[in-house]
Design a protein around this ligand. Structure first.
Ligand SMILES: Cc1cc2nc3c(=O)[nH]c(=O)nc-3n(C[C@H](O)[C@H](O)[C@H](O)COP(=O)(O)O)c2cc1C
Ligand SMILES: CCCCC(=O)C(=O)O
Length: 367
């Protein structure tokens, strides 16, 4: 592709050309048959718009706030691991792009750069994503380092008691992550009997006994707000609110964990309304956001903001570092702004449930 990408999806091919196969497969892949991977994107396509006309959209305001932090648009950077496999500047480049776009960067527990490097590189509002190892002291130490370095929230990822079965990684014998944050604390060496070394590493370290009661423990080691990432059901949303979390992220981990789990956009409404969260805590979502129209659909179905995973890495990898990530975020913002204007919404709070029609509603209307 000789020309500049005109949409976010076009960065994927550029990333494929730029990266070694092992890394591209790791970033792009999903679990097993990759049915959920396709569905995360396809399910957005089945939702259509009910646009309103003759509304003054001379000025369209995309800005919003999450946990009290003002951001330029409800589009934030999802936690994804090992950015230095995509670009030498790794998460530092990603965080700088987030800062330039005036949005939030969620730093992954499996980042290549350290908490301190990211914190000193830019003034983006930063959240820290946490995995909890069998060695609980590691989590406590990292949370406290994040807090000390100005991170504003902890995102506990709760869908990874073990790693999903990612078959490309098995074939490629995917390497274990280089976790500079853990240097001097914990070895990241792992061996496998011929498959994915990443998978062997995760399965050796992660605490599969983690459960709801541990949220209390996490609260005892930090003052920061705690969000739970990986909620897909109404029952878990209710439970999360009961145990007092400060926010929920509807996510299937970019379809990398349990294949045939539902597309996130298809369960979002179940979590946000009817006996579940009902506005008590913010609900964010991720999975399959590739267009500004997707952002609008997620907001219409009750999300306060979306997180973007793979497109950010593709922007980073297309040999462009910070610039590539900035382009990805700007494209999504520009498309979202146009969608708002064409739907008759001049601010984010004007986006309502009545602006979209789900597949379910379309079928009902035919009966
Ligand atoms: C390469 C890659 C690495 C990821 N690493 C993490 C991680 O370290 N922690 C985490 O909570 N989620 C991780 N995720 C999941 C993302 O946070 C997010 O849920 C997902 O990518 C959203 O879907 P999308 O890629 O379709 O935007 C990762 C996803 C990808 C693609
Ligand atoms: C600890 C697992 C590696 C990062 C991750 O979450 C992913 O690859 O999906």
């Amino acid at each position: 592709m000789a020309t500049e990408p005109v949409n976010v999806s076009e960065f994927q091919e550029l990333a494929r050309l730029a990266l070694p196969k092992m890394y591209y497969d790791y970033y792009s892949g999903g679990a097993e048959d990759q049915q959920t991977l396709r569905e995360n994107v396809e399910a957005f396509r089945r939702i259509t718009f009910w646009p309103r006309i003759l509304i003054d959209v001379n000025r369209v305001d995309l800005s919003t706030s999450i946990l009290g932090y003002n951001i330029s648009a409800p589009i934030i950077v999802a936690p994804t691991g090992s950015h230095q496999l995509a670009h030498p500047q790794g998460e530092v480049a990603t965080a700088k792009a987030a800062a330039t776009c005036n949005t939030i960067m969620v730093l992954s527990f499996t980042s290549s750069c350290t908490i301190e490097e990211v914190a000193t590189s830019c003034n983006a509002v930063r959240f820290y994503q946490l995995y909890i190892y069998k060695r609980r002291d590691i989590a406590a130490t990292l949370v406290q380092r994040a807090e000390k370095n100005g991170f504003k929230a902890i995102i506990l990822t709760a869908d990874t008691p073990r790693l999903g079965r990612r078959e490309a990684d098995k074939k490629n014998k995917m390497i274990a992550p280089q976790l500079k944050n853990l240097e001097g604390l914990f070895s990241t060496k792992a061996t496998s009997d011929g498959g994915s070394i990443l998978e062997a590493y995760v399965n050796e370290t992660m605490d599969p006994s983690l459960s709801w009661k541990d949220i209390e423990w996490l609260r005892s080691v930090t003052k920061l707000p705690i969000l739970i990432k990986g909620v897909l059901t109404r029952a878990d949303a209710v439970k999360a609110v009961q145990v007092g979390v400060d926010g929920i992220i509807v996510s299937n981990h970019g379809a990398r964990q349990l294949d045939y789990s539902p597309a996130t956009i298809s369960v979002l409404e179940e979590v946000t309304v009817v006996h579940a969260v009902e506005g008590r805590v913010p609900v964010l979502m991720d999975g399959g956001i590739r267009r500004g129209t997707d952002v609008f659909k997620a907001l219409a179905l009750g999300a306060q903001a979306v997180l973007v995973g793979r497109p950010v890495i593709y922007g980073l990898a297309a040999n462009k570092g910070e610039y590539g990530v900035r382009r990805v975020l700007e494209m999504l913002k520009d498309e979202f702004e146009l969608t708002m204007a064409l739907s008759g919404c001049s601010s984010v709070k004007d986006i309502t449930r009545r602006h979209v029609r789900t597949e379910h509603e379309r079928l009902l209307s035919m009966m």
